[in-house]
Design a protein around this ligand. Sequence first.
Ligand code: AMP
Ligand code: MG
Ligand code: MG
Length: 312
Amino acid sequence: MSLTTQAAPLLNRLIASSVAIANQAGKIIRDVMKKGELGIVEKEHANDLQTEADRAAQQCIIGSLAKQFPKIKIIGEEEDEPERESCGWTLDVNNLPSVAMSCPPHLLALKEEEVVVWVDPLDGTSEYTQGLLDHVTVLIGIATGGKAIGGIIHQPYYNYKNPGGELGRTIWGVVDGGLGGLVVAKPPKEKMIVTTTRSHSSSTVNDAIAAVKPDEVLRVGGAGHKVMLLLEGLAHAYVFASPGCKKWDTCAPQAVLEAAGGIMTDIKGEQIPYHANVPHRNSTGVLATAIADEHSKISQMIPQHVKDNLKA
Ligand code: AMP
Ligand code: MG
Ligand code: MG
């Protein structure tokens, strides 16, 4: 069945289109860096930045998705810039990437009106401006009924320290529907590695990390990059006891992680809701594990004062 026909399930068409669109967004991000004019703007505070790459990549992602799926609700991190010209690229719907997913039976009749897409055009902006390029991802998360059901994590700079290797890669995942773009690896059994923020720490963040007694802590940028570490078997848990992450940071990573057998919740172990009208901020933090069965043990180790500090 061709992906371009309306007979293909919406979720299959949406995932394949989002893979192609995320690849294009990655190209835009690399082009802006190559030109060297980042156009940095401070948003909520000095550690919350936006660059020309964030703006241009979002315009391309939202413009392309909205054209093909006009009734889907799309929520992007950056302010809309309606006066911006189109990105000069058109999604070729007759030549979508092949994605070997199987649409979960209960989603075969999914309609555009029932879908919310959360877009982080460039996750890890602080790191992008500092040249930590492997921390950067493009995130397109697909939700319905408040749940993250599918996601794309694109790494525009994958392989950049490996001249000769193909630059960039795209991972897609559908909960109970498959995962592609990487071979998932399990983290080592003999130690516990936790990943967390490198640029948005606080005493609460650090108290939570200490309480889970890690052997090693990987402080890296981006929610997408941290979940990649879980998928690659380089960390067991992503612990972030802070209200700083937003729904566009977590929707795609959560869906890909859960497609791979992991789990993501807030720091209290409650589901993160992704309905169109929820507050954007994940005010009760993030707790994710590579192996779903390890989640409740780690969740129980988070101190009560940390949980109480993070109010919905
Ligand atoms: P980090 O783990 O610090 O790289 O953050 C993951 C994502 O959440 C990035 O998109 C950050 O911009 C966002 N984020 C986390 N904490 C904050 C904060 N305090 N203020 C603004 N954005 C934040
Ligand atoms: Mg982000
Ligand atoms: Mg961003």
